[in-house]
Each structure stands twice: as C-alpha cells, then as structure tokens.
Design a protein around this ligand. Structure first.
Ligand SMILES: [Zn+2]
Length: 165
C-alpha cells in the first residue's frame, strides 16, 4: 500500500469515527465496530432472519422501545420496557442481557456464557460485546427467538380482545 493510500485510509477512518458518534441510534454499533472490515457474522451460514436480527441489533433498529419510542416523539428516558418491572429503558443491552421476559431464552442460548465467572464481572457494554463478537451464532438464534416473543407480547392483548366475547 502506498503512502498516499495509507493517508487516505487514515483520513477515511478518522472521518468515519467522527461521523458515526453523531448518530444516536448507532449506540450499539459504535461499541461493536472498532475497525472498518467485514464482520465475522457475515461469513457465517446464518438464516435470513438470523442475519437480519443481528444487523438490526447492531444498527439500533430492532423494534425495541428505544427505537419505536422515537417514532412517536417519546423522550429517551420515557422509553421504558413494558415487559418487566425493572423500570429500564428497553434498549439493546436490556433486551439481550437483562429483561426478565427473556430469562428462559437467555438460559437456553447463553447458559454456559452467562454463568462464567469472568462474564459476571463484566459491565453491560463488555457483556454485550463479548456475546455478539465471540458467539455470533448463539446471539443470532437468541435474537430471532427473543424478537418473536417480543412481537407476540404486542399481539397477545389484541388476540385476547378479539376472542373475549
Ligand atoms: Zn424488560
């Protein structure tokens, strides 16, 4: 690579790093994406829905309240999870690591990971990074199951109303 190429690459990297921090929905992407290179999960043989869920999580566009609340003008601190009593913002970290709605799924997909002593000592950013980067296939399976459960929770009350007569 020539000196000019290296300079251009450095320039592009610094512009890229400067620009992505301005986009609030890239909150998870910024934590995961430290290099401009193809992500390892792209090379895995994931199903279309698995790949889509991973990409949506990374880009902050999964239908979680942190994102959907934005559509209706809710303030960030108002975007509280409707499915547990933790009074936490329903963001990617809460969805993957903490929400009690998905405890069974978490135990099913991440049992060995989340019971590891080193994992328990990490903060949530480190935990999310560890799971997504080191266990992309397990993450993809968890995401598909968890988002399915999340969407069913929105449909369930409608089904109850329709069939309540
Ligand atoms: Zn929750």
């Amino acid at each position: 690579m020539s000196l000019l190429d290296l300079r251009l690459q450095d320039f592009y990297l610094s512009m890229w790093k400067r620009d992505i921090i301005k986009v609030s929905k890239l909150r998870t992407y910024i934590k995961l994406k430290t290099m401009v290179e193809q992500e390892s999960y792209i090379k895995l043989n994931l199903s279309k829905s698995q790949r889509s869920c991973v990409a949506q999580l990374r880009c902050g566009i999964l239908p979680l309240r942190i994102e959907t609340g934005r559509y209706i003008g809710e303030q960030r601190e108002e975007r509280i999870c409707n499915f547990c009593t933790e009074n936490s913002i329903e963001d990617e970290s809460h969805f993957v690591l903490d929400c009690s709605l998905y405890t069974e799924l978490r135990n099913e997909h991440f049992k060995d990971i989340i019971s590891d002593v080193n994992f328990l000592q990490m903060n949530n950013d480190e935990k999310l990074y560890h799971i997504l980067i080191n266990f992309p296939r397990k993450t993809a399976k968890y995401l598909v199951d968890a988002i399915r459960k999340n969407l069913l929770m929105y449909i369930y009350p409608i089904v109850i109303i329709i069939f309540s007569d």
